[in-house]
Design a protein around this ligand. Structure first.
Ligand code: SF4
Ligand code: SF4
Ligand code: SF4
Length: 285
């Protein structure tokens, strides 16, 4: 299929500084989503209004953390399957979030992988390179080795970056991200806002972190590690907000006593695309 791309220049090298600047301002303003006037305006600018489809699903790439669920498809396999389904693949030259914050902990060049026809614009504008299925899968494994968190994202406002103009073309891409707890924009957004409608857009695909009280020594390292701050300490007990936990596994991999396990608490859907279809967006890449 052919997508009508527009002629905007947001993806070109010289526009990156502007995009980075907007990005940082947006994160700074995220705690104000619930304010009258400013909040609705911000939501409108960021395409986070109720009718917008922006959403994301965490795909924990650390196979050792999810091995307790043997017999089910691993998130890394779901990501690979999505790559195999796609008609086109592009890897961005630089991770937008890590570039915006000059990340010191993870490489800037391990960036988002865009799948589907919408991704052609990235290559056309020189902001990324085309990837074969094999190259895209190698990119996923490198993300896992680096300890990054996988996310499947469909961010409505990115249709401007991709220059997709026609309404009927908007669902022809999906973004596979390799996110760091320090810079990722969606983690920052979830941490900063208290708006349930925004938090609910980003979910676990089924895994949740669970603490074994008997092993826990209350060192609180997991509280520091959680990228969206859903672990808290109260009356010398460590609690995880199960509803909001993304199952990213960063708390479990940082626990010195192996007191946190990821448990699969909801049946997995067949494909990554199915999660989006369930929320009303029919991805077709
Ligand atoms: S969402 Fe993840 S991979 Fe994509 S730009 Fe942000 S940190 Fe980088
Ligand atoms: S990191 Fe592990 S031991 Fe430390 S408080 Fe968290 S669960 Fe307990
Ligand atoms: S509680 Fe653990 S698994 Fe859940 S979001 Fe926080 S770090 Fe990730």
């Amino acid at each position: 299929m052919t997508i009508k791309h527009g002629s905007d220049t947001f993806l070109r090298e010289k526009s990156w500084r502007i995009v980075m600047y907007i990005f940082r301002i947006f994160h700074k303003l995220s705690p104000y989503f619930h304010y009258p006037v400013v909040g609705p305006l911000l939501k409108r600018l960021a395409d986070l209004e109720p009718e917008a489809h922006t959403q994301g699903y965490t795909l924990n790439l650390n196979v050792s953390l999810t091995k307790s669920a043997q017999g089910v498809v691993m998130p890394i396999d779901m990501m690979k399957q999505a790559v195999a389904h796609s008609t086109y693949r592009a890897i961005m030259n630089k991770c937008l979030c890590r570039s915006a914050y000059s990340c010191k902990n993870f490489p800037l060049d391990h960036a988002c992988l865009f799948l589907g026809e919408g991704a052609r614009k990235i290559v056309k504008e020189g902001s990324g390179r085309e990837a074969s299925v094999t190259e895209a899968i190698a990119h996923i494994y490198r993300g896992a080795e680096l300890g990054l968190v996988g996310q499947a994202l469909w961010i409505e406002v990115e249709r401007f970056l991709l220059g997709i103009k026609r309404e009927k073309d908007v669902a022809h891409w999906l973004e596979m991200c390799f996110c760091c707890p320090c810079c990722c924009g969606t983690f920052k957004l979830q941490k900063a806002t208290n708006q349930k409608d925004i938090k609910d857009r980003f979910k676990s695909i089924g895994w949740k972190a669970v603490i074994n009280e008997e092993l826990c020594i209350k060192c609180e390292k997991c509280i520091e590690k959680c990228p969206i701050k859903v672990i808290s300490s109260k009356n010398s007990s460590i609690n995880i907000n199960e509803q909001e936990c993304l199952g990213c596994g960063l708390c479990a991999s940082g626990c010195p006593k192996e007191a946190i396990k990821l448990e699969l608490q909801a049946p997995l859907l067949k494909t990554v695309e199915d999660y989006f279809t369930n929320s009303g967006l029919k991805i077709n890449m």
